[in-house]
Structure formats: structure tokens, C-alpha cells
Design a protein around this ligand. Structure first.
Ligand SMILES: Cc1cc2nc3c(=O)[nH]c(=O)nc-3n(C[C@H](O)[C@H](O)[C@H](O)COP(=O)(O)OP(=O)(O)OC[C@H]3O[C@@H](n4cnc5c(N)ncnc54)[C@H](O)[C@@H]3O)c2cc1C
Length: 448
């Protein structure tokens, strides 16, 4: 049956001018050859696209910021990509301390817009990640011990469902959809078009820090970090990265929502470890502090492909885990952004019960991810195997995995991403998308 509904918005079919730019994701490994892209200008364009795709039996992929870290999530060969990135309204309501943002915004644009008006919104390590995809998966970053995850601040949403109907969810109506959208992951229930977040006043100034150590001190630094970062002030967020042996170093970036003097006091246990090669600690107006933490990360010039895997640590790594970490870092390609990344957990994240939102992994001490990366497509297979084999080796020392940093090598991944929330997520899926129209290789199947 041919659809009576026409595609509306900015529509680009395969072969049209702009098609190659339209299909460029952040990670070239995730680029595909969809049949058509719809750059929605308004919610109605999303609804029309869904109806058209279903009538023409074309698979759908929602897309916002193009930062998917696995394949076939926000693009698929022969499919219709419903891209919200041209829907970018941001409305701050100071009286109610809320902000309504259209899902085409990138995280950095929201952070910047709010900071200029004296408000703060949580963010991760990249300004160009889309709020559309990061929010339903959780949204982790250096402010989270104060603000909670990005999804913990989501209080209402607008979504277009598989029939093209506009659905609104909040605590009062469709509260099960709101629950599922706070950690259940993008691409599962429909296409989100608007999110309403609660927001807080930003501090006037904040302390930020960037510290580095030589690569060969990574075991000493990571061990000290794992014993310090989860237990220090909950106003302190710390991202610790360890690069590949070839050309990499150890670096720590983060923020303390308070004075420089106090920041130095809280940082002392980690600054006194090893021999730091750089120690940049500043007390900046809040807007500049966010710029310090969110270095530009443009999408269209990114050359590296990646295989990520992620999990959570409840205890410091034992010697065996350090051995596997070292093996990985020695094998990873040089000159590419491969490595390990840790983020301290606790504080506001832990104050929410694991079943209160779809985001289950509340009690660990830290988050950990690692990625191999490559430029030449012929290097893909061995790098994918490297990251996935490392997961097998590290499995005894971690729990779970973060749906926004997925690894399609994980078998029976539902409980790994969602813990004990998986069964309820499947029931919510059955209610809002019983025919599994919104599916991808890691999506939640409807309950039977
Ligand atoms: C450089 C980089 C840095 C990152 N840093 C962090 C970080 O610090 N913290 C963190 O938590 N995560 C981080 N991530 C992971 C990121 O949260 C996920 O990749 C996220 O899914 C990206 O969302 P997107 O909208 O940019 O991506 P897209 O590729 O557009 O979409 C990703 C997924 O979300 C779905 N989706 C997107 N928009 C919608 C929508 N409107 N409605 C329904 N589903 C939608 C897609 O279908 C797809 O499944 C990072 C990723 C990259 C590449």
C-alpha cells in the first residue's frame, strides 16, 4: 500500500544533494546508506514520517546528535532516519525552575544557553552529544554527584508513537513512559520531540581542574583514584582517562562546585600520587568553567572509528584487572583516542532507588568504559575484538553496562543494561509499541 501521507520537513533521498553530509555520524563506523532522511522542523513532520515509513514498510531510526556508539542505532541501510536536529527551541522558565528543550539540541548548546541566564544543566564530556539520545539512556558526567543524571532531571516529555500520535508523559499522565524514558535508552518507544527538565541556579563561580601524569604511572594513579574519587566531596566530579601506551598519558578533568581553596584540599590525596606533569586548577565564572570542561567536538570532521564497552565498579580493581587493562592499552593503536575512562559515582545518583527510574546502576562506586579505535576500515575487526575480549577478561570485576555506551558483543544484554528493571521495561514497550516498530540491535523487545 502506498502511503497517503507525504513526507514533510527537509527531506533528503539517496542521490539528492546533501545526502553524503546527512549520513555522516560522529563515528564513521556507524554510517549507513538509508533510503531517506527527514530533518523534522516540527512534531507534525515526525508524525508524518512515521506514518509514511509504516505504510511503505521502511525501517525507522530516530536520530538527534549523531553520536551513537554502535552500529545500526541511528542509521540503517534502506531505512528512514527521522532526524530532530533542526528542532532546537530552548525555553527557560525561571519561575518554575524548568527548561523545555526540543530534542534537536546538542548538550553544549543547552548548557551554554542556561549558564548565560544563571542556570545549570548536567553534561558529559562532549558538547556535541545530542540531548535526544543522551537523555533516555541516562546522561552521565562530572556534575552528576550534585545534579543526578541528565535523565533524573527529566520531568515531562513529548513523543510521537508508532501510530504517529503525539503522546505526552509526566508524573501525572503516562507516568510509566516517563519512568522508562529515564534510563531505558533511545530508539525504543517512539521519537521524542521535547523534554522538560528541572533546572537549578548555577553557582557564580566553580573550580575546575586538568591534571596529567606520565602513562607508565597509570596503575598507581588509577588505584589511588578508585580509592579516593568515589568518597570525596559529592560536589567534586572527576573524569580520569588513560590513553594507549603508544603516545598516551593519564589525565584527569573535573569540577568542584566551590572555592579553589577547598578544591585543592579535596584534590590533595590524588595530586600527591606519582609525579604530575601538568596541574591546571582554576576558579572561573560558571560559564567559563563549563567551557573549560566541554572542549569543542565537531561531528563532521571526526575520523576515528571506535569500539566501546562499559560497566560499573563496586570495588577497586585488583591486580588481575590492572593486568588486563595494561594488555589492552599496550595493544591499542597509537595516535588514536583509545583508552580507559573512569567517572566517580555516588551522591545524587545514589539517593535515587534503582527501581525508581529505568536507570538501574545506582550503587556502584565508579563508572568505567574503554574503547579501541582505528582509522582504516581494514583495522576494524581486530580492534572490535580487542575491546570485546577485554570485556570478557574484566567481567569478574565489573557489573552491568551503560546503554548509551553499548557493546553489541554482549549476549542477552537486557539485564546487563537494565538490571532488575528489564522486565518492567518490556511491559512498557508492549504498551507503547506492541508491534516493535522502533527496534534496533539492542532495543527492548515487547513483553509477550
Ligand atoms: C564523543 C562522545 C562523547 C560522549 N560522552 C558522553 C558522556 O559524557 N556522557 C554520556 O552519558 N554519554 C556520552 N556519550 C554517549 C551518548 O550519550 C550516546 O551516544 C547517545 O545515544 C548519543 O545521542 P545522540 O542523540 O547524539 O545520538 P544519535 O546517534 O542521534 O542517537 C543515538 C541513539 O538514541 C536514539 N535517539 C536519538 N534521538 C532520539 C529521539 N529524538 N527519540 C528517540 N530516540 C532517539 C537513536 O535512535 C539511537 O538509538 C558520548 C558519545 C560520544 C560519541
Amino acid at each position: 500500500m502506498k502511503s497517503k501521507t507525504q513526507l514533510t520537513g527537509r527531506v533528503i533521498f539517496k542521490g539528492d544533494p546533501g545526502y553524503d553530509t546527512a549520513r555522516k555520524n560522529w563515528d564513521p563506523h556507524t554510517d549507513r546508506f538509508p533510503k531517506v532522511f527527514v530533518f523534522a522542523q516540527k512534531t507534525r513532520d515526525v508524525a508524518n514520517a512515521i506514518k509514511w515509513a509504516r505504510a511503505n514498510k521502511v525501517p525507522i531510526r530516530p536520530r538527534s546528535g549523531r553520536h551513537a556508539l554502535e552500529t545500526n542505532l541511528s542509521q540503517v541501510n534502506g531505512g528512514l532516519v527521522i532526524d530532530t536536529s533542526e528542532m532546537k527551541k530552548i525555553t527557560l522558565n525561571k519561575k518554575c525552575s524548568t527548561a523545555v528543550v526540543e530534542t534537536g539540541n546538542r548538550v553544549g548548546r543547552i548548557v551554554d544557553t542556561l549558564a548565560r541566564q544563571g542556570y545549570m544543566a548536567p553534561f558529559g564530556d562532549s558538547p556535541s552529544v545530542g540531548i535526544g539520545g543522551i537523555t533516555p539512556g541516562g546522561g552521565i558526567g562530572p556534575l552528576q554527584r550534585t545534579t543526578g543524571l541528565i535523565s533524573d532531571n527529566l520531568i515531562a516529555l513529548e513523543m510521537v508513537d508508532a501510530k504517529g500520535r503525539i503522546i505526552r508523559a509526566s508524573k501525572k499522565r503516562n507516568s510509566d513512559l516517563l519512568w522508562a524514558s529515564r534510563g531505558g535508552g533511545g530508539g525504543n518507544f517512539g521519537v521524542y520531540t521535547k523534554y522538560k527538565f528541572k533546572v537549578r541556579r548555577a553557582p557564580v563561580k566553580a573550580a575546575v581542574f586538568s591534571v596529567t601524569w606520565p602513562w607508565d604511572q597509570f596503575e598507581e594513579v588509577v588505584e589511588a583514584w578508585q580509592r579516593w574519587a568515589p568518597f570525596t566531596s559529592t560536589k567534586l566530579g572527576s573524569e580520569l582517562s588513560v590513553g594507549p601506551k603508544k603516545g598516551g598519558n593519564v589525565s584527569m578533568l573535573g569540577v568542584y562546585l566551590g572555592s579553589k581553596k577547598k578544591a585543592l584540599k579535596f584534590l590533595e590525596p590524588i595530586l600527591s600520587v606519582g609525579t604530575t606533569t601538568k596541574k591546571d586548577i582554576r576558579y572561573l565564572p560558571y560559564l567559563q568553567a563549563t567551557e573549560f570542561l566541554l572542549a569543542p567536538d565537531p561531528v563532521l570532521t571526526q575520523r576515528f572509528s571506535n569500539q566501546f564497552s562499559s560497566g560499573f565498579g563496586r570495588r577497586p580493581f585488583p591486580d588481575k584487572a590492572f593486568k588486563y587493562m595494561r594488555e589492552f592499552l599496550e595493544k591499542a593503536e597509537g595516535g588514536t583516542p583509545a583508552g580507559f575512562y573512569f567517572l566517580n559515582w555516588g551522591g545524587a545518583i545514589r539517593r535515587i532507588a534503582p527501581r525508581a527510574t529505568a536507570f538501574y546502576w545506582r550503587d556502584p562506586k565508579y563508572y568505567v568504559e574503554w574503547n579501541s579505535s582505528w582509522v582504516k576500515p581494514s583495522h576494524a575487526a581486530r580492534n572490535i575484538a580487542l575491546a570485546r575480549n577485554t570485556r570478557k577478561k574484566l567481567q569478574p570485576y565489573i557489573v552491568g553496562s551503560y546503554i548509551n555506551v553499548p557493546d553489541q558483543g554482549i549476549k542477552c544484554s537486557g539485564p546487563v543494561y537494565y538490571g532488575k528493571n528489564y522486565a518492567r521495561l518490556r511491559r512498557v514497550k508492549a504498551k507503547y509499541d506492541p508491534q516493535n516498530v522502533f527496534n534496533n540491535p539492542q532495543s527492548i523487545p515487547p513483553a509477550k
